[in-house]
Design a binder for this molecule. Sequence first.
Ligand code: NCD
Length: 302
Amino acid sequence: MRHLIDPMDISMTELKDLLDLAEEIIKKKEDFNQVCKGKILGTLFYEPSTRTRLSFEAAMLRLGGSVIGFSDAGVSSAIKGESIPDTIRTVSSYVDIIAMRHPKEGAPKLASYYSFVPIINAGDGGHYHPTQTLTDILTIRLKKGQLSNLTIGLCGDLKFGRTVHSLIKSMSSYGNKFILISPQELQIPQYIKMELFNKNSSFMEVESLEDVIDKLDILYMTRVQRERFFNEEDYIRLKDSYILDKEKLKLARKDLCILHPLPRVNEISYEVDDDPRACYFEQVKYGMYIRMALILRLLGVM
Ligand code: NCD
């Protein structure tokens, strides 16, 4: 039985296979609409979500399967004090595969020790978010036609942003350059820097987006993660560190690809949405297709 907890749980060969399958699903949707008939996905979301949960659910429904779950820990027995192992032993007796989001780093890994079915980490605290990374990588491949030799700028809250941590971990295997743009207090954690060192990836840390925007193939904007701050004053001081607007985009390349895992708060002005370089709403759509591919492979139905 396979789980997806850490972005590195998927090898480069498996990743290529998943991306190919997602592209095939995009082309021939109707061929896949019954393949998970009789299968059930459980969505256990102990933290808020719009895209991740609904794209998982839409993915399973589009494969012909069904979905049960909760989107708020407050309506589950967690509120009565039930432990993750007990909840998982229960839910995995009912369903065939589980997508789980939790505010505590490592919770999906713990779940995987007790589950009778595959567990997918749908985001664990400020740690990882591997299916957002699959989404990002599919988008990059479709928009850029390559996964290597790219200069990737990651901008915003690199400290608490789990999507950034996962994306760096995966994309550093492909020989890309990283420009890490953040205020000093929101720089990427040491364990992610070690990933970059270990893979001999070239990277630099800067504070100004304007100084580097002209060098980028990909600009990955992120929200400042309010819920992970220890005090509100720090959040208020840092929340508007970066705002991508039309003026700044004048400095960027014509073929820049702007990504964002969403939700957006202030970091991309609405005026940017009409720019052909804004790819974040397409990215949302690809998230559903790559999750369809992932469900199929983890269930071993195709
Ligand atoms: C991200 C997350 O939950 O980490 N959202 C998502 O899943 N698309 C990003 C965020 O919340 O800022």
